[in-house]
Design a protein around this ligand. Sequence first.
Ligand code: NAP
Length: 259
Amino acid sequence: MRLGNKVALITGASRGIGEAIALAFAGEGADIIVNYASSTVEAGEVARKVKALGRDSIAVKADVSRRNEVDEMVRAGIQKFGRIDILVNNAGLTRRADFLDITEDDWDTVIDTNLKGTFNCTQAVVRHMVERKSGNIISIASIAGLGNATEKNLVYSVSKGALFTFTKKAANELGKYGIRVNGIAPGLTVTDFTHRGRTEEEFAAFIEKKKQLSMLGAVATTQDIANTALFLASSESSAITGQVIVVDTGTRDFLSHAA
Ligand code: NAP
């Protein structure tokens, strides 16, 4: 088992990439704290699937942008499992708008969830990891953070770009405590996130366009992202910190076609 008896907190694990990571980690021996914002039924179902794999799990509701809720979630996780070995900062969202239409609420919601949420969870969990001189942080960025990215996606791209800097700087500060900090930058990965706001027809055309831009003629799956998270969470990557691994099927032009 690559994660035998580890405890992992995965934010935004009620569906999509977070769910795939939760199940991949459980399949390799980890107990899972399933965080979610509002999808109580779905998060409970993910916890049930983890248990069906023979591991223990609790679902904990907490908005990662709110520090008091994050602190409460970490307290609940540690009360249940005694420690948290791995944190995956996966919770994220976007608000699509042209530059002149971006509202203050759009800006705050996206930055507070994707960026401040990552800081909130990391600091809250790291306080306990420091005592144990060991820990593993993985943040889900995006290839949107590498360039000008897609249309109507400025705030999201800014929030994800900042995660590259966050990863490098946190790794630099936390290495002395035996804590590794890495990230994953997915390209388009089929989930509710990419489906939302598009009709079936628009979605099919969108995927087709993405495939044409890919060196492999494909789009990534949630399992592809989970496999990379598993590698970063395991001792196979023990010499890697401060890195963000791009998992995007070789997107040729991520400056104009990021996920
Ligand atoms: P998704 O299907 O929309 O799922 C998002 C998850 O985040 C849900 O579990 C949601 O919980 C949770 N969440 C949202 N806001 C939250 C908050 N404030 N506090 C706690 N949880 C919150 O998204 P996904 O496609 O799996 O994406 C997961 C991550 O990968 C995101 O960070 C996204 O930016 C990144 N990413 C995705 C793609 C892609 O193509 N899919 C590409 C690059 C990067 P509820 O269900 O309770 O709302």
